[in-house]
Design a protein. Structure first.
Length: 166
């Protein structure tokens, strides 16, 4: 039995949605790992604020990773689970142990969020074309929270003097 038979979605049309979701999954996995690194390595006078914020962000990313993988499964496909494959396909690159100061780490987070948001908007359009409302709803939910995070991070950075490294 195929899940798609019960979901009333066309397998050929769903393939492109699944490919986009698999790309998003790879990008989220690298984003998550980068956030963990920022969390572990943050230093300076903004330590407590940034340490907590990075933890909040990586917990959110972990939930989204699980939701993306489960949506791929619901559509009848298997999500990738190998980091070696994520590294080959991700548009988001590893930050490693770069010595990023407070603002620089937040700017990287904003860049990554911008990339993820752009992908999610494309998935909304693609899934919408094929009447895959559940994927559209999932991406819409992601976008609501991410747009709020972008606004908050930009507001936080805007109030800091340029030479203040948090």
């Amino acid at each position: 039995m195929k899940t798609l038979d019960y979901l009333h979605l066309d397998e050929k049309k769903v393939e492109s949605v699944v490919a986009a979701l698999k790309q998003l999954l790879a990008d989220y996995q690298i984003f998550y790992t980068n956030l963990r690194g920022f969390h572990w390595n943050v230093k300076g006078k903004g330590f407590f604020t940034l340490h907590a914020k990075y933890e909040e962000l990586y917990n959110d990313a972990a939930e989204k990773i699980d939701e993306i993988a489960e949506r791929i499964l619901q559509l009848g496909y298997t999500p990738e689970n190998r980091f070696s494959e994520y590294l080959k396909t991700s548009n988001i690159k590893e930050d490693g142990n770069l010595p990023l100061k407070g603002k620089d780490g937040l700017r990287r987070v904003l860049e990554n969020l911008g990339d993820l948001i752009a992908q999610e908007r494309k998935i909304v359009d693609l899934a919408g074309e094929y009447s895959d409302e559940a994927t559209v709803a999932l991406m819409d939910d992601f976008l609501v929270g991410q747009e709020k995070n972008v606004w908050m991070l930009v507001s936080f950075l805007d109030k800091q003097p340029e030479d203040d490294q948090l």
